[in-house]
Design a protein around this ligand. Structure first.
Ligand SMILES: C[S@@+](CC[C@H](N)C(=O)[O-])C[C@H]1O[C@@H](n2cnc3c(N)ncnc32)[C@H](O)[C@@H]1O
Length: 238
């Protein structure tokens, strides 16, 4: 089942049943470094942008709340697809974390016009800036995080009281098959994220399912049309 970046480019696919050699399994950092070498995610055509926007449509931006004047943390900034919109919305400062140095190099170049951007090569499991942010968000990244409790603890510790964490969680599987290689994933159901955030000190709203409504440029419905492609989870630090 196709499950990620769109048609015409390598597809992230669920790997139910097919054989994968262990040698072909690489780390998430290596995967995104390889994609950066291939210029993935950069200057995506409008059709692919619509495909990707299924994970961060209007409901996602609504959940981020008021951005002007806010200090914002993005976990897994990638090449800055979402960050550009958040920066344009007028946040005070955006700190973007990513484990992939090659991806960050692209973000650095493509977002050079924003003086209020801080890019850091860091794993969210090792990053914490106590009460440093008003908003923290992450899109299509948490499936890569094995120690989610630690990552969520770091995020919540990095929020000021009353600050918001917004996660756009993919329909997670346990392997991302990129045809020539694969990456191990660490799926959690949305309810588990919500429960963990509650336990760490957040009030969590009812998770919001994002239903795919994409019609491809050829007029055909996306292969996951009408299905839940993601879930939005929002917590407010008590
Ligand atoms: C699918 S991309 C999504 C990028 C961006 N959020 C978007 O939606 O366009 C996932 C990104 O998360 C980064 N990443 C994966 N695991 C991470 C971790 N533990 N800490 C920080 N970044 C991570 C990857 O390097 C990659 O750039």
């Amino acid at each position: 089942m196709a499950h990620g970046y769109g048609w015409g480019v390598p597809v992230l696919a669920l790997n139910h049943g097919s054989e994968i050699d262990m040698e072909e399994i690489i780390t998430a950092q290596e995967h995104y470094d390889r994609l950066a070498d291939q210029d993935h995610g950069r200057n995506d055509p409008p059709a692919l942008q619509s495909y990707m926007a299924r994970w961060d449509g209007p409901q996602f931006y609504e959940m981020l709340g008021r951005l002007p004047g806010r200090d914002v943390l993005e976990i897994g900034i990638g090449v800055g697809r979402v960050a550009r919109k958040v920066l344009k919305a007028g946040c005070h400062c955006l700190t973007g974390l990513d484990i992939s140095p090659k991806t960050l190099a692209i973000a650095q170049t493509d977002l050079a016009e924003f003086a209020n951007l801080e890019l850091l090569q860091a794993d969210i499991c090792d990053f914490r800036r106590d009460e440093g942010f008003d908003v923290a968000y992450s899109v299509l990244t948490f499936m890569h995080v094995e120690n989610k409790e630690k990552a969520l603890r770091n995020i919540v510790a990095s929020l000021r009281p009353g600050g918001a964490v917004v996660l756009s969680i993919d329909r997670e599987s346990d392997l991302l098959n990129f045809q020539e290689w694969a990456v191990r994933l660490y799926p959690w159901p949305p309810e588990q994220y919500a429960a963990a955030l509650e336990q760490i000190g957040c009030d969590v709203s009812e998770p919001v399912p994002l239903i795919d409504s994409l019609i491809r440029p050829d007029g055909k419905a996306s292969d996951t049309y009408g299905e839940r492609v993601a879930t939005l989870i929002r917590g407010t630090k008590r």
